[in-house]
Design a protein around this ligand. Structure first.
Ligand code: SF4
Ligand code: SF4
Length: 658
């Protein structure tokens, strides 16, 4: 079989295609985004000719001999669209990041009671750390809460195979199934053996039946079925090929055991391969699928005195073991997050797994190291940074420390211009700036400091409303991006108008979903099926809601942008400023030549201290421009009190060309 170097997310996508997925929906969110994008890439490579001459498979009017793909406006919508197709018998996949599941949780909780006909796999990427999320969340809790099965792959290769198991299980039990890779599985690469496609069945189509209408009576009846299914799945998972129990015996005396899952299992295997553990007896259990395989876990626990649980995010396996020890009266000491043997927050790593195992085995460590290790492990875990974990600085793969690079708005980013205009207008007044999720969350970074609150997608507008009730004499600004506006921003504006709030909503429209890699949204006019469609006009939506004032402006027209903001600040009601200027990373967006700094520069640093543009730095007591970064947006030109910054035609006046 051929092999392909695949990123974990690509492996999931190709595994789903191999399993015959027909509909893929989602909302972009790191670390999950590339799953859907890879399916789209595959779809494009089929080409329109190929789309029309094989397999004739339809769901209603939708022709699906290839795959239907959409970036939905949010995760709830994505889940519901996919559920509709699954009701008609199609194999469907939904993709999102862990916080996206919060948005989709309402339909998720009902779906299990209704069930599905076609296999439905919901890929939810967890983000230990977190690296690019507002929270650490463990989707294994959601699986338990929603009473759904969950697959937890350890590697890209495993994810490729396992997603087919997830589709099969979903169809076997008629229930959606969660599939949760974590960041390191999503973004690491591996050589994956590409297997033949699995046989694809034609969706049966939607058959009318009372089972699709959720009513309390139906829910009551189905609850018994769901609970029974969980028991059956737990039994089945005790024999599942990816829940693996191994025994490493020298004297046939396993008093200690290690249990792990997800990417932590890969770290554990790597650590156990060390020569220093070759004479130690232990049992090892890998958990890859939930509901928890009780039978297998009891077999693992029997005869053991101590077990170390190595897992990321929450102590899910650990708590299951404690439950089983109580239930079966097993006298086994369970060590893990609860006992401080594994850190309670952040990612595990090969080093942290090795260190935890060394301490657990108490082996091959000289007395000095032992003391050092014991001290470290008793340290308050909250003082540990995600990658420091319980470090022993002995990794043979040690690399030089990298400089810290805080995230920052790009040079030439139009959001910087929008924030700067509002900051100028609101200076010397009392104002609060409620932010939202997207690139523009970086507006909180100094020197802009324009994000006072940030909670979750769509919350900026609603938080501003609450603040306004508490502080009516303050100016309340809410910032939201175009994609987030479509995601969950619109209800907030409706609420503000209906409940007669005094806020200014700043929509930062850069014509893309920039944070996750420039995905389209309804305001762009192109779908993931590559079809041109009518754009949904933000201005028309805002006007239809009935706001008291509306202005659309290019934020690089700074003078006008400041003036309109000042004008709106004198008014009442829900006022909206639509700052329109495209993201500089969009293909085809015109970029000007870099600006120059003339010898008039005295090094006063006003340009640096006010804007924070990464293209401006300081060398030899003067400001310098990095011509590779500068987009010539001109925002800094008018700031220089000595007119030392000039555009490429030598003019110390911005031409607002972007
Ligand atoms: S604001 Fe003008 S004078 Fe001051 S450091 Fe920047 S370029 Fe030089
Ligand atoms: S013109 Fe000034 S603000 Fe704009 S990208 Fe270049 S250095 Fe940054």
């Amino acid at each position: 079989m051929p092999k392909k170097l695949l990123m974990g997310n690509e492996a999931i996508a190709l595994g789903a295609i191999r399993a015959g997925v027909s509909v893929v929906t989602g909302y972009p969110g790191t670390p999950s985004t590339e799953v859907l994008e890879t399916v789209a890439k595959y779809n494009e490579s089929l080409g329109s000719d190929n789309r029309n001459n094989c397999n004739d498979i339809y769901i209603g009017d939708i022709y699906i001999n290839d795959i239907y793909i959409e970036w939905s406006v949010n995760e709830k919508t994505a889940l519901e669209v996919a559920a509709g197709a699954a009701f008609a018998g199609a194999r469907v996949m939904v993709t999102m990041k862990q916080v996206g599941l919060n948005v989709a949780s309402d339909p998720l909780m009902s779906l299990n009671y209704l069930g599905v006909k076609g296999g439905m796999v919901i890929v939810v990427a967890d983000d230990p750390g977190p690296i690019s999320s507002q929270t650490e969340q463990d989707t294994r809790h959601f699986a338990k809460h929603a009473k759904l099965a969950l697959f937890d792959p350890s590697t890209p290769e495993e994810a490729y195979i396992m997603i087919a198991d997830a589709f099969a299980l979903s169809e076997q039990y008629g229930e959606p199934v969660l599939f949760r890779p974590t960041t390191r599985v999503c973004h690491s690469c591996a050589s994956v053996e590409i297997l033949d496609d699995l046989p694809r069945t034609k969706p049966c189509g939607f058959v009318k039946d009372p089972r699709w209408v959720i009513f309390p009576k139906l829910t009551y009846a189905n609850k018994f079925k769901i609970e029974d299914n969980l028991k059956k799945m737990s039994e089945e998972f005790s024999k599942y090929k990816n829940n693996i129990l191994t025994r490493h015996s020298i004297k046939d005396n396993n008093a200690r055991g290690i249990i792990s899952g997800g990417v932590s299992y890969a770290y554990t295997l790597e650590a156990l391969a060390s020569d220093e553990f070759k004479n130690i007896d232990y049992k090892l259990l890998k958990i890859s699928a939930y509901p928890f395989p009780d039978k297998l876990a009891v077999e693992f626990l029997s005869g053991l005195d101590e077990v170390l649980v190595i897992e990321e995010l929450d102590p899910v396996i650990e708590n299951e073991l404690l439950r089983l020890c109580g239930l079966h009266q097993l006298k086994v000491k369970i060590l893990g997050k609860g006992t401080g043997h594994i850190q309670i927050a952040g990612e595990n790593s090969p080093d942290s797994a090795l260190n935890a195992i060394k301490i657990f085995f108490d082996a091959s460590i000289n007395p000095d190291q032992k003391t050092q290790s014991s001290q470290t492990i008793n340290a308050n875990p909250s003082t540990l940074t995600p990658n420091s974990t319980f470090n022993i600085p002995n990794s043979s793969l040690s690399s030089p420390a990298l400089p810290i690079r805080p995230p920052v708005l790009c040079a030439g980013c139009p959001h910087r211009a929008s924030f700067f205009a509002v900051k100028e207008a609101a200076k010397n007044t009392s104002a609060v700036f409620s932010g939202d999720i997207g690139c523009y969350t970086l507006g909180n970074v100094v020197p802009l400091s324009m994000t006072d609150t940030c909670v979750c997608m769509g919350a900026g507008i609603t938080i501003a409303q609450g603040l306004q009730r508490a502080e009516p004499d303050t100016h309340h600004f809410a910032f939201i991006g175009d994609s987030t506006f479509f995601h969950t921003g619109i209800p907030g504006v409706i609420n503000a108008v209906y409940n007669q709030t005094d806020i200014i909503v700043c929509i930062l429209d850069n014509s893309t979903t920039a944070m996750t890699g420039n995905q389209p949204h309804p305001g762009i006019g192109i779908t993931m099926m590559n079809t041109q469609v009518e754009k949904i006009d933000i201005e028309k939506i805002i006007k239809a809601i009935g706001v008291s004032a509306f202005v659309k402006i290019n934020p690089f027209n700074q003078k006008e942008a400041v003036e309109v903001t000042e004008k709106l600040m004198k008014q009442k009601g829900v006022r909206v400023i639509l700052f329109e200027s495209p993201c500089i990373k969009i293909k085809g967006v015109k970029i000007n030549k870099a600006v120059n700094i003339s010898n008039k520069c005295t090094g006063c640093k006003v340009c640096i201290n006010k804007l924070g543009c990464p293209a401006i730095s300081f060398e030899n007591k003067k400001a310098v421009i990095d011509a590779d970064l500068c987009t010539g947006c001109g925002l800094c030109i008018d700031l220089c009190p000595l007119f030392a910054i000039e555009n490429n035609s030598g003019c110390a006046e911005a031409d607002h060309a972007i």
